[in-house]
Write a protein that binds this ligand. Sequence first.
Ligand SMILES: C[S@@+](CC[C@H](N)C(=O)[O-])C[C@H]1O[C@@H](n2cnc3c(N)ncnc32)[C@H](O)[C@@H]1O
Length: 315
Amino acid sequence: MRKFTNAISSIVIADLGCSSGPNAVALISVAVEAIFRYCALEQKVPPELCVLLNDLPDNDFNNVAKHLVAFQKDAECFGPVLTAIVPGSFYKRLFSSSSVHLAFASNSVHWLSEAPEDLMKGGIPMYDADDDLRQERRPLVLEAYARKFRKDFTLFLNLRAQELVPGGQMVISLPGYCSSESAGQSNLPWDGIAFMLNDMVSRGVVEREKLDSFYIPMYGPSDKELRKIIEDESSFTINNILAHEVMNDMDRSSITPKMMALAARAAYEPIIVQHFGATVVEEFERTVELHVRAGTPQLAAAGLVFLSVSLTKKV
Ligand SMILES: C[S@@+](CC[C@H](N)C(=O)[O-])C[C@H]1O[C@@H](n2cnc3c(N)ncnc32)[C@H](O)[C@@H]1O
């Protein structure tokens, strides 16, 4: 007769920045399935699972709820899964103290809480139309973004450290760079988008003053920067930092310029609409498609990879 032992009675899993499409439940599905399979294999009574999905309040949580219900139904055959939606910024406390066992943030913590204050206050544009001026100000812009990322990510780690149980696990993946190959790279994954908007300025679709006061609150750190911030914050042990290609050759060959344009629109539409108004979005999408089709070199995010970090909360 199979002997079932119960290791832990409940496990809380949180996804930070879940978004709203089918991707909203993709990661938790993998985690939940892995836990149930492990329990079946080890002949353990499965724990009660509680899944918490977080994103900013403007996220389409109605859509998330529909995906959650479908996911819950699929998981029923394995065991009980309770679900909840937690709206709010992950730069604030979201969950109660020492309550979360596993947290992940996929492709979300490269979004800063806001653009660097020193650039905004100093009226220094993130992207100068003039090539010489842009090169000259480049280190200043980069440093301001790097400082802001350090401040935000330190806060993110500190908040999650309060919410995770001792020994709790956190997995983060975000676009960034490998320090070993960093020569000539920008650490600003939005460079190509700024180039698109600048093209729209030159055609009179967008006003120059508007672009000069537009900042994309996003930063791609290097693996070395990430490691240093995590070590300095000191709440977590680093298990692993891995880098992998954003797209493999198969992805590259199957992605059309239209798909690239739609992806850029999906990612940047909210902040573009907020700053420039809804009328420019169609033209933005067309401009991206045109440049991808033409193979404009400024669009290729040289050296951009996905960095995945696995952490354990110190006991
Ligand atoms: C590119 S989507 C990633 C979605 C999903 N995690 C995935 O891997 O496909 C980034 C998500 O992060 C969310 N996000 C950005 N800043 C956030 C913040 N401060 N707090 C919570 N969510 C945030 C955005 O609203 C967006 O839904």
